[in-house]
Design a binder for this molecule. Structure first.
Ligand code: NAD
Length: 497
């Protein structure tokens, strides 16, 4: 059985912990590896190395750092097939989808290549007579990232390329369910010329996360995962005086207006609800059918959900792969059982799907509920599987109220042909990322990604300009040179002279 270790100081690192976790191939249901789970002292050892590396790395010119990022970008492109296959093997999503998610991570590296431009400060000549002032952004020190299973390349790449470009060093604790892609990315970054100790991967579970929270040499923590853990990270990092951004779960609505292009809405919903088996934080799990469009929408969806091609991620014909683990499969099936008990109408039932030759794989077919009500748990809670709930709303105001009353605020979209409706919706929705006739409005790398309400704890979104702000601290310098200036003690608040 393969043993997956850590990557610290530019090489494999075993650490002292004997604890391991199991990694599966979700397509076959077979265990594929054991992964080391770090102890507190393993994590602390890695931080010592990252802290030492910070001294030189933070002193390198931004252009020097950018040139290494350019090489890293080339290596990701060169090895994209290998990286994609690693994602498919441990996560289960279909090959082209996995490749797309790698590309979205690569785009953050491309953005970070512009770091000399991004770090340029602001200068004012003569803030007072012969007094100049300028502001600049400096790196924080050792930063840490804690990431979820559902995007093993993209989410870590929302974080470390920007943190490192800004001059920080980084400890990444990827999901213990699919750790291999992060390790391969770290090796490629080393091959690109990244000095040892700048990017370190420490595998682990709660023990290593708590060690990150408690380590005094970690200046900032970026987290992406479920809401209860995001809240725990946010509160405890703050208690330990760290800068923190913690992105949580979601329940994204798609509002389908009666005037929309129904084909576009149905196709958009199919990809957004069932792509990646619904294991996306921007997956649409609620369709809000407005006015009289409900019956037509559901009729069209039923045909497409029943025709969904479910299979292993490496099979080119598969549109949807398995779920990540057996436990997660059981959780999702449990929610479908619950929906039936709660009185929602299960119009497509994927629970009994069996795939010949893959009987042990973690598969479930697409599930579709109609007549879901807002007091049901299947509406209120995140299921994180291929389960779409249709809820009916009398009019636009009722639909907007549903969106705004929900505890989550990650993404939302509206399908309409009316500009006024689209604009009002985008302005009034209490949600971080809004799509108008766009089913999954994930911002590009040069914008920033983040939700509102209980989908994000903290102030800064990830990547893009907010990422640069998160991974740097602002300093403002005011200076005057002595020639021609007579100084006297001044006891009053200085003002412009
Ligand atoms: P998770 O919260 O279980 O795990 C995320 C990370 O936290 C992992 O690295 C895990 O090892 C660690 N962790 C788990 N339990 C912990 C505990 N008790 N104490 C400390 N650390 C712990 O999430 P997941 O199941 O890996 O990922 C799915 C979740 O992530 C979904 O809720 C999804 O919406 C969310 N997600 C959100 C975004 C976003 O941008 N908002 C993006 C991707 C995923």
């Amino acid at each position: 059985m393969e043993l997956i270790e850590h990557y610290v100081g530019g090489k494999k690192f075993s650490g002292g912990s004997k604890k391991t976790g199991k990694v599966f191939n979700p397509a076959t249901g077979e265990q594929s590896a054991e992964v080391k789970l770090a102890s507190k002292s393993d994590l602390d050892d890695a931080v010592k190395i990252a802290n030492k590396a910070f001294v030189e790395w933070s002193n390198k010119p931004p252009l020097y750092r950018a040139r290494i990022l350019f090489k890293f970008k080339e290596l990701i492109e060169k090895y994209s097939d290998e990286l994609t296959k690693i994602i498919v093997a441990e996560h289960g999503k279909v090959y082209e989808d996995a490749k797309g998610s790698l590309t979205r991570g690569l785009e953050v590296v491309e953005f970070a290549c512009g770091i000399p431009q991004l770090l340029k400060g602001e200068f004012t000549e003569n803030v007072g007579t012969n007094v100049d002032s300028w502001s600049l952004r400096q790196p924080l020190g050792v930063c840490a990232g804690i990431t979820p299973f559902n995007f093993p390349a993209m989410v870590p790449m929302w974080m470390f390329p920007i943190a490192i470009a800004c001059g920080n060093t980084f400890i990444l604790k990827p999901s213990e369910k699919d750790p291999s892609c992060s390790l391969r990315l770290a090796e490629l970054f080393s091959e690109a010329g990244l000095p040892d100790g700048v990017l370190n991967i420490v595998n682990g579970d709660k023990e290593s996360v708590d060690a990150i929270i408690e380590n005094k040499d970690i200046a900032a923590v970026s987290f992406v995962g479920s809401t209860p853990i995001a809240k725990y990270i946010y509160e405890n990092c703050a208690k330990n005086e760290k800068r923190v951004q913690a992105l949580g779960g979601a329940k994204n609505h798609c509002v389908v207006m009666p005037d929309c292009d129904l084909d576009q809405a149905v196709n958009g919903l199919m990809g957004a609800a069932y792509g990646s088996a619904g294991e996306r934080c921007m997956a649409q799990s609620v369709a809000v059918a407005v006015g009289d469009i409900g019956d037509k929408l559901v009729k069209n969806l039923i045909k497409k959900v029943e025709a969904l091609k479910v299979g292993p991620g490496m099979d080119k014909k598969s549109e949807m792969g398995p779920l990540v683990t057996k436990q997660h499969l059981e959780k999702v099936k449990g929610y479908v059982d619950l929906g039936v008990k709660e009185g929602a109408k299960l119009v497509v039932d994927g629970r009994n799907l069996k795939l010949q030759g893959y009987e042990k794989g973690f598969y479930i077919g697409g599930c579709l509920f109609d007549h879901v009500k807002k007091n049901m748990r299947i509406y209120k809670e995140e299921i994180f599987g291929p389960v779409l709930s249709v809820i009916r709303a009398k009019n636009f105001d009722e639909a907007l109220d549903l969106v705004n009353s929900h505890e989550y605020g990650n993404g939302v979209s509206i399908f309409t042909r009316d500009g006024d409706t689209g604009r009002t919706f985008s302005s009034k929705a209490k949600i971080g990322m809004v799509g108008i006739n766009i089913p999954i409005p994930v911002p590009m790398a040069f914008h920033s990604f983040g939700g509102w309400k209980r989908s994000l704890f903290g102030d800064q979104h990830m990547h893009g300009p907010e990422g640069v702000r998160f991974y740097t601290k602002l300093k403002t310098i005011t200076s005057r040179w002595p020639s021609g200036f007579k100084s006297n003690p001044e006891f009053i608040m200085p003002t412009m002279k």
